[in-house]
Write a protein that binds this ligand. Structure first.
Ligand code: GCU
Length: 579
């Protein structure tokens, strides 16, 4: 990292700040052997592609030229923009030139919504910083690296998989590589509001606001304005640069039926940070989940962050609206955003549409539990997920893992994460997708040491698909924990338009029957507070190679990738209508 540039804590709500978008066409160079980063002795060298060097004299040897290279759209993955890169996992360099005029007294942060997976970031040939993790935001203060006039940003993106990564080497979704979410230059004053929290206080007749500056500066004035609630308060920061206040107020409560959001202004110096925030309570009581004090059944569906019609990673309100509208057609009031934090547009669009959210970090399958860097990485992703979405009323569950094999190192790793999540946000429910993979004599019992660390016990089960076909009607369930239960996955595959007997795999009739049997079985599970069947739409996976049926798609969608409804869609819709 060059002197002058530094990673700074995630700046919250970039959508409400003064920004300059760097989205658009970026030149790219595919660098399979990382020629642009390592010399032929595999040592990182100082004259890599990040220099964006140009021949100065006729005899100069520069063996790359971004400006002659092809372009791809950012935000976007490379797999669906260049067919040569459909299966590609490796390094791609991306470059964007732009004009910039520094403003007196302002700092400039270079913000990425997400880059999958490993990003080395350079501004005007100098290192701004490095980030790993493909689904959470990060930003660098690059004020000193920018100049008046033409500037350029270069990012070395590498999506190769490694055992110590999060997620680890194998996962059942497409490893879309690239700068997959927005890139922005965020203009802030030297002292700015880094993060804030606004929610109901101890009772529904008060709201609690707290804000944190980027510096431990006392005496700074922060204004809170919520016109509809006739709130117009001024707070003063303490020695840590934080301020908080609890105010009498009786806001309408956010709920799926009434997704009420309030216009909020947070004013500090010349900054006026705008946001839309809803107020609600979420808690458990025994085996019930209570939203605003009333028991709720979570009619959910699992979703991957993938556009329909083979379009790659979602990264806009429109992309989200399409998928969330399909969920609404199912009668859903809840979605499980699997298995990683989805983009902020999706979470905010769900909030406007009255859809509750389960948000998850990709501690998926066989994580390297004993590797300290792996834990640091996972905790960083958890922290960044919670920091970004902590003011979203519709986000009710933080999930720390999916289908992880039982072991003492796993329990230690995940219990630390669960505690950290509670420290960061004690106002939401903690869960994880456990699993029940077998029954003895048709009796299924959930057993997981992590039950003590979560508020909601959730598990995946695939009766009718990976096991016990047609035995769902005979199954009994035992979940020996006095906590609400969510069946976070069940389902089976079908190819849209393929018809046949209900015992014929891959037909719509097979999937339809599986849903009939599973929903009837779920009705018998004591304490069932919700479910998120696997999955809304067929999605790409390198693990699904059955020619003519899967063709690199996981076919467990209730919708095809083109949005065609399979017969099972109607089974779930009608079941939810009955709830
Ligand atoms: C698992 C896993 C999913 C996967 C699904 C399947 O439960 O959590 O990521 O796609 O099963 O096998 O289809």
């Amino acid at each position: 990292m060059t002197a002058g540039a530094m990673e700074v804590p995630q700046v919250m709500n970039v959508m409400g700040r003064q920004t300059m978008s760097l989205n658009g066409a970026w030149n790219y160079i595919v660098d399979v052997q990382e020629e642009g980063y390592y010399d032929y002795r595999m040592n990182p060298y100082d004259w890599g592609f990040f220099r964006n060097a140009k021949p100065q004299k006729p005899e100069d040897l520069i063996e790359y030229d971004f400006d002659k290279a092809e372009t791809m759209q950012v935000p976007g993955d490379w797999n669906t923009q260049d067919e040569r890169l459909f299966f590609y996992e490796g390094t791609v360099w991306l470059k964007r030139s732009f004009d910039f005029h520094p403003q007196e007294g302002r700092r400039t942060l270079l913000y990425f919504g997400a880059v999958n997976y490993d990003a080395h970031v350079y501004v005007n040939g100098k290192k701004a910083g490095h980030h790993v993790g493909g689904f959470t935001p990060f930003n660098f203060d690059v004020t000193e690296l920018l100049k008046d006039g033409e500037n350029f940003v270069i990012v070395k993106v590498d999506n190769k998989r490694h055992a110590e990564d999060v997620p680890t080497q194998i996962f059942d979704w497409w490893n879309y590589g690239g700068i997959t979410r927005d890139v922005k230059l965020v203009s802030v004053s030297s002292t700015y509001v880094e993060s804030y929290q606004l929610r109901l206080g101890a009772s529904k007749n008060e709201v609690k606001f707290s804000a944190k500056l980027n510096k431990a500066e006392a005496g700074q004035k922060i204004g809170l304005r919520i016109p509809e609630l006739k709130i117009n308060e001024e707070l003063t920061t303490d020695n840590d640069g934080t301020a908080c206040i609890t105010l009498k107020a009786k806001p309408q409560l956010w709920s799926p039926e009434n997704p009420k959001l309030y216009q909020v202004d947070i004013v500090q110096g010349e900054e006026d940070l705008k946001d839309e925030i809803g107020f609600r309570t979420i808690e458990t009581r025994g085996k019930q989940i209570l939203l605003n004090g009333k028991p709720i059944f979570l009619k959910g569906i699992s979703i991957h962050e993938e556009k329909a019609n083979g379009g790659g990673r979602c990264n806009s309100t429109e992309d989200a609206h399409t998928l969330l509208s399909w969920a609404k057609e199912l009668g859903c009031n809840f979605v499980r955003l699997a298995h990683y934090p989805h983009n902020e547009y999706a979470v905010r669009e769900a909030e406007r549409m009255g859809i509750l959210v389960w948000s998850e970090i990709p501690c998926y399958w066989t994580i390297a539990w004993t590797n300290p860097q792996t834990y640091t990485n996972a905790e960083r992703q958890l922290t960044d997920m919670i920091t970004r979405d902590q003011n979203r009323a519709n986000v009710i569950i933080w999930s720390i893992a999916n289908e992880t094999p039982h072991s003492a190192p796993r329990d230690e790793f995940l219990s630390k994460l669960a505690k950290r999540a509670r420290e960061l946000d004690d106002s939401r429910l903690i869960s994880m997708a456990m699993e029940v993979t077998s029954a003895s004599n048709y009796h299924n019992k959930l057993q997981d040491n992590m039950n003590t660390y979560v508020d909601v016990v959730s598990f995946n089960q695939y009766i009718g698909w990976y096991r016990d076909v047609n035995d769902a009607p005979r199954m009994t369930w035992e979940i020996p924990y006095d906590k609400p239960v969510i069946v976070s996955e069940f389902g089976g595959g079908a190819k849209y338009g393929l018809h046949g007997e209900k015992n014929q795999r891959w037909t719509e009739e097979f999937q339809e029957n599986l849903y009939k049997e599973n929903t009837a079985m779920l009705d018998k599970i004591e304490g069932l507070a919700g479910t998120t069947p696997w999955i809304l739409k067929d999605f790409r996976s390198p693990r699904r190679v059955l020619t003519g049926i899967q063709d690199y798609y996981n076919m467990k969608g209730l919708f095809s990738d083109k949005g065609e409804k399979k017969k099972a869609f109607y089974v779930l819709r009608d079941w939810y209508a009955s709830k």
